[in-house]
Ligand binder design. Structure first.
Ligand code: SF4
Ligand code: MSK
Length: 640
């Protein structure tokens, strides 16, 4: 197919769908984020700049031209710095608590339940890494020991996180020398809250250093463990085909949408919906079948493992309900609008919450338990089927837009794809035994030769401060044209899917070099690596490239970009990406710019610590220009 023949959905077409859905919201008496955003204007300037404090009840205090300190004497730098660290700590806590749930699920795994071991090789690899005996032992005994070891990482009293040893020697030395090695995961979160309690740290550089450390507790701790344990339990994702955007909803089927982050619940929902019993029941009730679809990061999880189609990303969650075609919306944790309670009330949609971590008024709460999960899921699927009869066809509007996407490229799949185009780098010696193992050398060779200029990890959310998906798509298309490979997770990945950029045909939009690589390897130009916890996969990808290249990770032409970020998790992520030595390009201002010192610290100061920092620019064209310049500057330093 030629470039001119590609007819991918544009942002303007997606916006037109949203306008129509908002009109339907008005007709249904429902409210959406667009309206609430209007009602919030003007947003508080003190909050936006990070210079209001309500950490103690002497406050709230804010820094103004006539008051440069709070009542306790904290200045703008201390106030903004404490707020920033608290955001990083909350983000780290969220990913890590998700990981803890996965560890408990692994601890309860058994061969007769739906929580069984689907990636034995990965389990054995991690057991060996953590010194857990596996020779001659029952698989589940090993799994339970691995789960216990993982749980211990949350609260071990001594030492630092075991996953740090996966990094390059150079990184491990930097982290040790700079004293930013995370100790136990919970300890870093707890220390961060302690440091920011009234009357403790008021020194902005110290607050930024701890932000890196608590971020690392996420990226090289909680998120890494969460990703590994999900792979062991539900299978390491492999490349598969799916589709993305609201058009994946079906008029004549029971539509069930899973939304959130924790794959344990959504996996059970998917498995339950695939049973013959449920499919037959749906047909008995007049539907053509059950259409399972996903939102936000849960969508990424089930798309990569089952090919479940993706309804959309963060700011599309209300749009999905507004189609009037969803029988049930099942959520687990994180990024769920409380607005879904009143919104689903205006439609026949049953809104189900499943975790004590995310209880929302207006929902039906079904506490999800590992032991009974599959039966609970079947009951919910049956309830959704019963609800099909309640759909009001007069209220249904399903926009037609959807695009094909190739998803499921964790590190293992990328290596496999690269192995497919080379035979020369496969044999390595590990522990004295000859073992077949791939490497990133073919990709490195392509970067060295200039066929690929570098790679960008595009991650993060949507944010009503900017046009939803516009920055993601605009930046990704420009990078593709400049022969820069994109790896992506989270809501950024879904933006790419909705715009057709994760399809293999999208190579036609690339420069000659990237197009050649995509054709040779048989991959799309945007590689889908998963959910936001899976940014830990990206850290291992960058580490693998640095190891195979034998250069410091700060030198490789690989950077991160979050053009539409919004959550505290994103702050934790940005910190661990910077701590890992990769520059991060942000399209939304962190809420610290009421402090010049904080801005200097996060854009320049961290470079003294980890060799990387932020570049912040709210104009997507300028941001992508900065990314390309940054990548070219790294190439120059490598003399390539
Ligand atoms: Fe005000 Fe200080 Fe209390 Fe913050 S900690 S609310 S600046 S007195
Ligand atoms: S869901 S954290 S809006 S990526 Fe992971 Fe999307 Fe951001 Fe939530």
């Amino acid at each position: 197919m030629r470039k001119e023949e590609l007819n991918f959905t544009t942002v303007e077409q997606m916006e037109a769908d949203t306008v129509r859905l908002c009109e339907l919201a008005d007709e249904a008496g429902a409210e959406t984020w667009q309206k609430r955003k209007e009602q919030q204007q003007p947003q508080c300037k003190f909050g936006e700049q990070g210079i209001c404090c309500r950490i103690c009840s002497m406050g709230p205090c804010r820094v103004t031209p006539k008051a440069d300190r709070g009542i306790c004497g904290a200045d703008a730098h201390a106030i903004a710095g404490r707020h920033y660290l608290r955001m990083a700590a909350a983000g780290s806590a969220s990913h890590s608590d998700h990981a803890r749930e996965m560890a408990h699920a692994l601890l309860k795994s058994n061969p007769d339940s739906q929580f069984n071991i689907r990636d034995e090789a990965k389990l054995m690899r991690i057991a060996a890494e953590w010194g857990i005996e596996s020779e001659g032992r029952d698989l589940y005994d090993v799994a339970h020991d691995v789960a216990l070891h993982g749980l211990n990482e949350f609260g071990k009293p001594f030492g630092t996180l075991d996953c740090l040893k996966r990094a390059t020697d150079e990184r491990q030395k930097v982290w040790a020398d700079q004293e930013i090695e995370p100790r136990a995961i919970d300890r870093e979160v707890c220390t961060s809250l302690h440091m920011t309690h009234m009357g403790n740290t008021a020194d902005a550089p110290t607050l930024v250093r701890q932000s890196l450390r608590v971020g690392m507790a996420d990226g090289w701790g909680g998120s890494m463990i969460g990703t590994d344990f999900s792979d062991i339990l539900f299978g390491t994702p492999t490349a598969r085909a799916t589709e993305g955007n609201l058009g994946v909803l079906e008029n004549d089927m029971v539509n069930i949408v899973v939304h959130g982050h924790d794959p344990a619940f959504s996996e059970m929902m998917v498995l339950a919906s695939e049973t013959k019993e449920m499919q037959d029941y749906a047909r008995e009730k007049g539907a053509k079948g059950i259409n399972m679809a996903g939102l936000c990061c849960t969508a990424n999880e089930v798309a990569m493992r089952h090919g479940v189609r993706m309804v959309g990303n963060f700011l599309q969650q209300e749009n999905a309900v507004l189609t009037g075609a969803i029988e049930m919306m099942c959520v687990d944790v994180q990024c769920i609008f409380p607005a879904l309670g009143p919104l689903t009330d205006c439609f026949h949609t049953i809104f189900v919450t499943s975790s004590p971590i995310a209880r929302i008024p207006g929902s039906k709460y079904v506490k999800f338990e590992t032991e009974t999960a599959f039966e609970q899921a079947k009951t919910l699927v049956a309830e959704a089927i019963d609800n099909f009869a309640n759909r009001d066809s007069k209220k249904v509007f399903i926009p037609e837009h959807k695009e094909a996407a190739a998803v499921g490229y964790p590190c293992e799949q990328i290596i496999l794809e690269l192995d497919g185009v080379t035979n020369s780098h496969g044999v390595l010696t590990v522990n004295g035994e000859k073992e077949e193992r791939g490497s990133y050398k073919p990709a490195i060779d392509a970067i060295r030769a200039g066929v690929l200029r570098g790679a960008v990890a595009m991650v993060g959310c949507n944010n009503p401060k900017v046009r939803p998906d516009f920055s993601h798509i605009d930046i990704m298309r420009t990078l593709m044209e400049h022969d820069i490979l994109v790896v992506t997770t989270g809501c950024a990945a879904q933006a790419a899917a909705k715009a057709g950029l994760m399809s293999k045909e999208a190579k036609e939009l690339c420069g000659d070099g990237l197009k050649r690589v995509c054709t040779l390897v048989g991959i799309p130009p945007i590689l889908h690596m998963g959910a936001c916890v899976d940014i830990s996969r990206m850290m291992l990808l960058a580490t693998g490239i640095a190891k195979d290249w034998d250069v410091d990770i700060t030198k490789i032409p690989v950077v991160g970009c979050a053009p539409e970020w919004m959550s505290e998790k994103a702050v934790a992520i940005a910190n661990y990406v910077v701590a890992t030595g990769l520059d991060v390009y942000l399209g939304i201002q962190p809420q610290v710019h009421g402090s010049e010192q904080m801005i200097q610290l996060i854009t320049e100061g961290t470079r003294e610590i980890s060799g990387a920092g932020y570049t912040i620019n709210t104009d997507p064209d300028e941001l992508v220009k900065a990314i390309i310049e940054g990548i070219e500057a790294k190439r120059k330093l490598l003399d390539i």
